[in-house]
Design a protein around this ligand. Structure first.
Ligand SMILES: [Zn+2]
Length: 426
């Protein structure tokens, strides 16, 4: 009887185990079938205009990009896409994060355009939360997004974190989203106030929509979406392997190395070849710029050679144009990935003489003159030779003429003598 009860218990226990397993599997299946919820936040709106440059206003641009991104994302299967706002309205940053929280969002994409105080920065950047899993998720999306921006031809300003004095995320949308448990990324597509970036948005509104479609592509790849409508399948799209860190702090220190050296000066053209050595162990070198007037004015920012966005070459070799007849004080600046700068050593370059355009021909003239002189001398010699020949010819002709005259007179005389002789004989 005891054995029967034991068997019965085992039977009941295995039934419970099987039911639990089945239930877990069903749960997983249910979760897999749940749609992905995406919230797109067009930066600014209403009285908050965002960046303004020429006739461009950020809040109008982000709305166009966001609508195009939504439209593109909705082509994928099992996705629900919301915009935090679809019209030109004021909306606090906290409300945007709460909007995403209420809709149980899997990710919030916050769209912006940039500008800088000195109107000199250019390129695309993505800001992510500095904390743990939020950093990992943000970074994994941003890696995909940055690849797409670089393929479009934009200069990568990198994927970054920024903290305020309280060691919280500096950007409100990332701070509130992290607080509400929503992974997020803040995309700064390009700069409105710098020539390098203008070709990416100033041709037509279509370019802004293209930004939206590219953002959708990055989001779809990150979320592993597929579309029955278009046939695109990103379900196996690889994500970067990002190690977990409690907090990822931005690089606030300047590049440790920033040195310049003159490799060569071509005095004819006034071109100096400069070798610049710059390194930043905590991030990478992003731009460089130089000054010929001791740091009073600087050139535009040039791209530093980087094999990938977060690694920079130690050296950059470039040519500068020296002014003639004027000494200069050369110095350079290296910008790291967080726009923190280091100044180089100063090199005094003494004036180089301007190769006077009149001098060269003068030299040629002198040569010509010398050649002329030579030609003239030789001509003279030839002339004198000619004269001598002529003189000799005249003398010769005169002598011949004289001889002929003498012979002629002798013959005449002989004829007369013969005539007289013959008369006498008769
Ligand atoms: Zn903005």
């Amino acid at each position: 009887m005891e054995r029967v009860i034991k068997k019965f218990y085992i039977y009941i226990l295995s039934m419970i185990a099987a039911a639990t397993g089945l239930w877990t599997c069903m749960q997983i299946n249910v979760q897999a079938d749940e749609p992905v919820i995406v919230v797109i936040d067009p930066g600014h709106g209403g009285k908050n205009l965002g960046a303004e440059y020429d006739e461009y206003t950020e809040k109008d641009m982000t709305l166009i990009v966001a609508r195009a991104m939504k439209e593109e994302l909705e082509k994928y299967d099992d996705i629900i896409v919301y915009l935090t706002h679809d019209s030109d309205v004021d909306m606090s940053i906290k409300d945007r994060a709460l909007f995403a929280k209420e809709r149980n969002a899997d990710f919030l994409f916050c769209l912006h355009f940039n500008s800088s105080v000195n109107h000199n920065l250019y390129g695309a950047e993505v800001w992510v939360s500095a904390f743990g899993d939020y950093y990992i998720k943000g970074r994994q999306f941003a890696e995909i997004s940055m690849d797409i921006f670089e393929d479009m031809g934009l200069y990568s300003r990198g994927i970054k974190t920024r903290l305020n004095d309280k060691e919280e995320n500096y950007y409100g949308i990332l701070r509130y989203c992290t607080e509400e448990g929503i992974p997020a990324a803040l995309i700064e597509h390009c700069h409105l106030d710098q020539e390098n970036d203008k070709p990416f948005y100033q041709q037509s509104e279509e370019q802004l929509e293209e930004f939206g479609r590219k953002d959708a592509e990055a989001a779809a790849k990150y979320l592993g979406l597929k579309s029955a409508q278009t046939g695109v399948d990103y379900s196996d799209f690889p994500k970067a392997d990002v190690p977990f860190q409690e907090i990822v702090r931005p690089d606030r220190s300047e590049p440790e190395v920033c040195e310049i050296e003159i490799l060569d000066i071509d005095e004819e053209s006034g071109t100096a070849t400069i070798s610049m050595h710059a390194e930043d162990s905590e991030s990478y070198i992003l731009y460089y710029s130089y000054s010929l007037d001791g740091g009073y004015t600087y050139t535009e920012l040039f791209s530093w050679p980087r094999p990938v966005w977060n690694q920079s070459e130690p050296m950059c070799i470039f040519d500068i144009q020296l002014p003639f007849d004027k000494g200069i004080e050369l110095r350079a600046i290296a910008y790291n990935g967080f726009d923190v700068v280091s100044e180089s050593n100063i090199i005094d370059i003494p004036p180089i003489a301007e190769p006077k355009p009149s001098e060269e021909p003068e030299m040629e003239d002198e040569n010509i003159e010398y050649e002329d002189l030579q030609e003239f001398i030789f001509d003279d010699i030839e002339d004198s030779a000619d004269t001598q020949e002529t003189t000799w010819l005249i003398v010769f002709i005169l002598i011949i003429s004289l001889i002929m005259a003498v012979v002629f007179f002798a013959m005449i005389r002989m004829l007369f003598k013969l005539k007289r002789y013959s008369k006498r004989r008769r």
